[in-house]
Design a protein around this ligand. Structure first.
Ligand code: ASP
Length: 336
């Protein structure tokens, strides 16, 4: 191993990439740690000097905000100690959420890269080793700097801002529908298609307990009862993944008018891609009406990511009354 190789810090959090069969559980469960994962990648030690940490061993649905804040502090320490980039391995089920949340707080130019696997290590054609190798190769590439948090899967790099899980089980699981992918890897090198995007000012670390923010899909026949129940149950904000370009029923619209007196209400689209509208539809329950009633449209930001942005804003000390403005400013800045 040459001393001149760049250092990349790899941390494991669990997920399919780390899962092996368990007779007791009747299926695969997380068992492998970061050192074992790194060892399983042919040629990795010729690409970079790898340091490892095993931070959690969880299915990704059970990762919590505080786990991610611990990871963030660890990642910053690794860069301060000389790593050129950091790679996290985790489950793919919440990858688009964890990447986005970490991106809101990541303040360094060095790349923070998340990867995982769709096939467990013992499966034929397991993709974990290839994904980890591509993630490390992306981490050491100079063009990766200043792009915030990236997700590298299947030889493709995605921005945290745009990435979503588009398929539950396929190896090609992730898409970046509106913003497009950041880079493709060819012969082990990422080709970035555009200059680094404008990034919003990183948020201040949480100064209070993480708030509960509801994400509810508006569906046919929906009058918004669940949104009202969520607020009564103590949820501090409500994000509605609404129909089409951000539309709800007449009854739901009335409830939104009442709820905005109490908590921030954000309207996203439940469609897989596309933006909410701002000045097209004039009927009751459409964007012009909902904004008049005090809601804020999320623009290009999905419901999942709007919920995390509102959660992080509140946690970092933004007052509920200032969430609408903060979300609007954030969306304007990061449109690219
Ligand atoms: N199916 C998941 C994965 O791809 C499990 C998880 O998210 O932890 O890793």
């Amino acid at each position: 191993m040459s001393n001149s190789l760049p250092v990349v810090a790899v941390a494991s959090l669990g997920g399919t990439i780390s899962m092996t069969p368990s007779d007791a559980a009747g299926g695969v469960v997380p068992t492998l740690d970061a050192t074992q994962l790194a060892r399983s990648v042919p040629g990795l030690s010729e690409v970079a000097t790898i340091t490892t940490a095993s931070i959690r061993q969880l299915p990704s649905a059970s990762l919590r905000y505080d786990d991610l804040m611990e990871v963030l502090a660890w990642a910053e320490q690794q860069i301060a100690a000389g790593a050129v980039g950091v790679v996290l391995t985790q489950g793919t089920d919440t990858l688009e959420e964890t990447a986005f949340l970490l991106d809101l707080f990541w303040k360094l130019p060095a790349p923070l890269i998340l990867t995982g696997a769709m096939r467990a290590p013992q499966a034929a054609g397991a993709d974990g080793p290839a994904n980890l190798l591509s993630a490390v190769r992306t981490a050491i590439h100079p063009d990766s700097a200043g792009r915030g948090v990236l997700v590298v899967m299947n030889d493709t790099a995605h921005y945290a801002r745009w990435v979503s899980k588009g398929d539950s089980l396929a190896v090609q699981a992730f898409v970046s529908l509106d913003g497009g992918v950041a880079a493709r890897l060819v012969e082990g090198r990422p080709t970035f298609f555009h200059a680094a995007p404008v990034r919003a000012q990183p948020l201040a670390r949480p100064v209070r307990a993480w708030p509960k923010v509801a994400l509810l899909s508006a569906v046919l026949g929906d009058e918004g009862e669940l949104a009202e129940l969520a607020v009564r149950a103590g949820y501090e904000a409500v994000v509605i993944a609404a129909q089409g370009a951000g539309h709800v029923s007449f009854g739901f619209a009335e409830r939104i008018g009442e709820l905005t007196q109490k908590v921030p209400v954000v309207i996203a689209s439940r469609a897989a891609g596309g933006s909410t509208a701002s000045q097209t539809y004039g009927y009751v329950g459409a964007e012009i009406d909902l904004v008049r009633r005090g809601a804020v449209m999320s623009g290009w930001l999905s419901g999942l990511k709007s919920r995390l942005l509102v959660t992080a804003l509140l946690a970092s000390g933004v007052a509920p009354g200032a969430v609408t403005e903060a979300l609007t400013n954030w969306s304007k800045l990061t449109r690219r």
